[in-house]
Design a binder for this molecule. Structure first.
Ligand code: GUN
Ligand code: FE
Length: 425
């Protein structure tokens, strides 16, 4: 057993913030939280204590949607909407990951920066390239962090240089599945890019793999009006975009993440709720690509599970505090545009989305309740806290709005401290 002493904050539910000033958190030898305590409990008197002083200790961030091979485009090239943006900027950059040396250089930086930003678990789109994808999975695994990594399937309506085939996706995914079969924290995830770039045959093959190996699925859904119109033309028999995935066995048949859901409503929303499909809200991306903004309150009220994603590089930052900020800010625009009917998101809610809600995709992750994996970041906010007598809740709020990666002093994943990963030149 290990003990950490700090100012502990976590969100067991969308409306609850637990705070313990100078509290203790006990972590067992399997890396699981044994309990949190306001004072040192008798049965733990002999345990070694890591004293984090006046720092904040919160659950680590979970990023449920981002594209590793778009990392070099982060923070630029956002002058177009989705389909033009993909053709002009995104596909050419992803093509560079055919070169394994390039992939190693960029992916090692990408993994380093996940660490830097306090994101200990993520659901990642790689590219069509199997060697680069395996390399990414290995870099994350070696770092000590956790992830779901997907080799992207795409075999139509995109440049020929960036297409694979149904057969190659099946073969390459089987290799990745085998490569990761005993990996405790890095798992494969079936990743059809989105309906427009995948033939029926490819979607069916992915669903079959998902069933056979009991693997999760990730894709994109209802992000942009032109995309949605296109899906209607391509899949006229489907009642809606989500139904196109559903009819192919890729919509909650196994755990499923659908990024964006900006235009999801009505039957599509009901289907998501019924199938337990997670809507991954990517507010920075939706603003940058002029997609609109997902109605998160409407989705939550409709019983849809929601998590947060940075969507690098539609999103301009990996920093999940910025994603949380933006989620709150755009929800206030939705609030105003619905005459207050759809209430905006609270700080507690976005914190819960980035920690416990997103973390649940990886098991018992994202909270400090007993039995949860100890994934945490320690924060020295003394510079931010210096100008007032703030409560712990206020300190958390100021960190989310004003904090930076340099304020993070320690990162833990599954009970172990994660050291700075090496960047390969
Ligand atoms: N839809 C299909 N591919 C992509 C992508 O790379 N980024 C985003 N934001 N949407 C997509
Ligand atoms: Fe995306």
């Amino acid at each position: 057993m290990k003990l950490y002493k700090a100012n502990i904050l976590y969100t067991p539910s969308p409306t609850q913030l637990e705070t313990l000033q100078g509290g203790y958190i006990a972590v067992d030898d399997n890396g699981l939280v044994e309990g949190t305590y306001a004072s040192l409990p008798d049965h733990l008197k002999d345990c070694q204590v890591t004293d984090l002083g006046d720092q904040l200790l919160i659950p680590a961030m979970n990023d449920l949607h981002l594209h590793a091979p778009q990392y070099c485009n982060t923070g630029m090239a956002m002058d177009m909407r989705l389909l033009e943006w993909l053709e002009t900027y995104t596909f050419p950059e992803e093509n560079r990951f055919a070169d394994t040396h390039y992939a190693q250089r960029i992916y090692s930086r990408f993994v380093h920066d996940l660490w830097l930003n306090g994101t200990m678990r993520s659901a990642i789109f790689a590219s069509i390239h199997p060697q680069a994808t395996t390399l990414l999975a290995d870099l994350i695994s070696n770092s000590g962090m956790g992830a779901m990594v997907g080799l992207v399937g795409m075999n139509r309506n995109c440049p020929e240089y960036l297409q694979n085939t149904t057969q190659s996706v099946v073969d390459d995914m089987k290799q990745l599945i085998n490569h990761l079969k005993d990996n405790p924290r890095v798992k494969p995830i079936l990743t059809p890019r989105f309906v427009p770039t995948c033939t029926d045959d490819m979607l069916d093959a992915m669903a079959q793999l998902a069933q056979e190996y009991n693997l999760p699925v990730q894709s994109h859904l209802s992000e942009n009006p032109s995309e949605i119109e296109w899906v209607k033309e391509l899949q006229p028999e489907s009642a809606n975009y989500g139904d196109a995935y559903y009819r192919h066995g890729l919509f909650g048949h196994t755990p499923t993440l659908m990024a964006h859901c900006v235009y999801t409503d009505g039957d599509e929303m009901e289907l998501m709720a019924r199938q337990g499909v997670v809507a991954v809200h990517c507010p920075t991306s939706n603003s940058n690509l002029a997609s609109g903004t997902a109605r998160v309150r409407h989705l939550l009220d409709g019983g849809v599970k929601v998590a947060l994603g940075s969507d690098i590089s539609g999103g301009n930052t990996m920093w999940m505090m910025a994603v949380m900020q933006h989620a709150m800010q755009v929800s206030k625009i939705v609030h105003a545009h619905t005459q207050g009917n759809e209430h905006f998101l609270s700080l507690n809610e976005v914190m819960w989305l980035a920690t416990k809600s997103g973390g649940s995709f990886f098991g018992k992750v994202g909270s400090f309740e007993p039995g949860y994996e100890f994934d945490a970041i320690a924060i020295d906010d003394s510079q931010l806290a210096a100008c007032g007598n703030y409560t712990l809740a206020q300190r958390l709020e100021r960190f989310i709005y004003l904090g930076a990666p340099t304020h993070i002093t320690h990162r833990y994943c599954s009970g172990k401290e994660v050291d700075e990963p090496t960047i390969i030149a």
